[in-house]
Design a binder for this molecule. Sequence first.
Ligand code: HDE
Length: 688
Amino acid sequence: MSDDYPSKQGKGGELHQQAETDANTMTTQQGAPIADDQSSLSAGQRGPTLLEDQILREKLFHFDHERIPERVVHARGFGAHGYFETYDSLADLTCADLFQRKGEKTPAFVRFSTVAGNKGSGDLARDVRGFAVKLYTQEGNWDIVGNNIPVFFIQDAIKFPDLVHAAKQEPDRGFPQAQTAHDNFWDFVTLTPESVHMLMWTMSDRAIPRSFRFMEGFGVHTFRMVDAKGKSTFVKFHWKPKGGLQSVVWDEAVKLNGADPDFHRRDLWDAICNGHYPEWELGLQVFDEAFAEKFEFDVLDPTKIIPEEQVPVRPVGRLVLDRVVDNFFAETEQVAFCTQNIVPGIDFTDDPLLQGRNFSYLDTQLKRLGGPNFTHIPINAPKCPMHHFQQDGHMAMKNPTGRANYEPNSWGKETGGPRENPEKGFTSYPANVSGDKQRIRSETFADHYSQARQFYISQTEEEQTHIADAFVFELSKVEKVAIRERMVAHLLNVDTALARAVAKGLGIDPLPNAAEPAVPPRDDLPASDALSILKNGPKRFQGRKLGILLSDGADGELLSTIERALKKEGAVGETVAPHSGEIRDDRGRAVAVTHKVDGGPSVLFDAVVVVPGKEGAKVLGALPPAQNFVRDAFHHKKFIGFNAQGQTLLDSVGIAYAKDQGCLSLKDEASVQAFLRQCAELRHWARG
Ligand code: HDE
């Protein structure tokens, strides 16, 4: 297709006098103005509707076809626009156009998602999160279709349909929705030991992020970068959030799904609309064949990481999301990511999962978007010139306009259309490939436990407890005891204390024998701090949200101090009160109420302050949602700020704040600032 063929046709629109169009007049799809959109055309006042009613028929016809198939996986997602900015030229590594010039800005669209749940499921499911980035480079669209976890459940694409069938609703009953806490999932994964490393990640708090803004992204597979001379280097892609890592605790996740099932979408939407643009650094782990040869595991095995201590992550640019979508369906729903979308300078490796994905994504778009022309949809269209001879098909928006639609052709430059470009064009890296055709898993993929253990020992004690609790929770929903035991048998190859804790929670006694490993698990891999969320948290409270529980008569001066401090910190405050509308503080100033207390539980916030008026403290103390507000904040180990009136409320609910370093008394500017500094730690883990 060419945008710049000379056209022989007259422009239809120019034939008309510019019509006086009223932008507000409702029309049919054909552009005919509509006089009455309230009643269908009928024979008589109470008579039958007439088939002749073209306006009714067009409206219903279109409505009846509004839905497209939701994604088989990653159905629930949320996207935003932004840009990628290159820090420095990477010409020494790759000829990819977007990496050639320091400061180059490349438009980007990112879609985050959960995997297992349907389109309408809750945001806080325990699940992997998709982290798919489309970079509209000047030499084509490059899609990095990654996850927030750097490894995957399976090593070979042929197992993907089984994994997904097992994870989604059970086929006979159609539930459970958006969760892996059921027999089929655990049956499959316990019979598939290569899943064990990934299970450690999905049972960790990585699978319940606080926000898309505070999670990492990973390309997962090893890719290649190829320079202008054809030299190839292996790379792994990392997205590191500038705001630090943060997750919720499980009890919060459960409650958030009820309080605000759109918690993650709303968070991203609000952050961008408030000008708190989320930002990630793109980091590369770069290594050569020699490293790949000597590394303990196979770099083509997507169930393995390369620890950052062994190959440091080199920051090469930043991704900033600064624009919400105009329309969810047109952009977020219709965006079509394909792992096969790479650009000159980037290439695949033989990772068998990646190879299978390269077939699957293009194929799925055909089903989902209904034809081969989905690249004509603006969100999918490259922002660089396109010239090719592909034509026709459903919904073709732009066909080639010249005489030639084939090549080679002998039509001249004017009408002969595009030509191949051996200098600039994509050239596959000429990797040497040979071998017998066979269905076999490489023996270099056989170690399924050593990195699972490495992940576990890299966690803080608190994080380790969460992992054990998550295994217990999920497996406690599994009916078949043999499946539970099989998981404990695998965990015995990971860490005995973990296996014991899980067995205890499940009432399994005695312990089963350890699963038979294909190769002996190693216990000499050192801990890696990069794998822990808590060791990579934020440095500031910036971008986080404070819940302010108040009532009429609240201390106005203190409220203003809190407001100022939040603004300075770049954090957001939302007020929670016994009633909606506004409250009057003790100076008579009206303060807008964001949430009536029933609709504003403390799980919505990263920290809370309890600063009601004198009478209000009594009213709140008698309200169960207000009691739950403070009890949950305390139980979820959040920082709690309070003044004298707040103290009465905490007393009435029985919160033991006196010796708790995470409960801070707020009096003046200095104490409020000290409180917000503390809040950067996000939780007071020392609270029992
Ligand atoms: Fe996907 N995956 N996947 N996947 N995946 C899809 O494509 C598939 C895998 C990932 O926001 C589908 O457009 C196969 C790994 C993301 O639109 C489908 C295999 C990773 C998204 C598909 C995998 C991912 C998808 C469903 C095993 C992390 C959402 C709808 C070989 C590196 C993209 C669609 C978005 C979506 C197939 C494994 C990430 C069916 C066959 C590993 C983030 O094509």
